[in-house]
Design a protein around this ligand. Sequence first.
Ligand SMILES: [Zn+2]
Length: 234
Amino acid sequence: MKEPMTQLPCRVCGGNTFAHHDVLWSDLIAQWGLSRSEAQYINVQQGTCCTACGSNVRSIALADAILRHAHATSTLNEWVEGYAAGACNLLEINEAGSLTSVLEKLPGHRLVRYPEYNMMALPFENGSFDLVIHSDTLEHVPDPFQGLRECRRLLRRGGACIFTVPVVVGRLTRSRKGLPVSVHGSEGCTDSSLMVHTEFGADVWRHVLDSGFDDCRVVPYRYPAGIALVAGVS
Ligand SMILES: [Zn+2]
């Protein structure tokens, strides 16, 4: 899969310069069964960063999807200062990459973290939020369908769950049940909260629809490295 030669501006801050470092290590690439080109775009997703604000392609893709859902043409930094954003009740489940420091400027922002809060059973009323955001969390949740059903339950009509997961676009989703333990984070990391339960593939949209959402949009900022999903409630 060829990566684009040009890099679009950062959707968080508008920056135009990027730096890259590889983040995958050989054991993880082997466990995940990634080809060279797949490892290359996952490295871009996690390790190509805006030099102005530090956001990686994954976080920028998430920001881009939030802005497109809100029909905003501004950067995320500008959007959170605006009137429309001010009226938005947003639940962030675990820190969404570099976006937390931006999203927390919203008056209606609420951040919950694992293990104090479990995505599969959240203590909020039905229809409490306009947006539910998470980033590279769902692959670590033992039952991703239940995680998404909880997000769906918490949303009002017209709301959306906007999220990223690392997607290997040329294959189907597989569970790691029965396979050797695979942990994200960094080489040698044994943090059980970063254990991978699901490796998502091209059928990731089925998880969204099977969890009760009314639609699923795949929003590319930089395909295939930087894509986000918008799971809508109508
Ligand atoms: Zn930036």
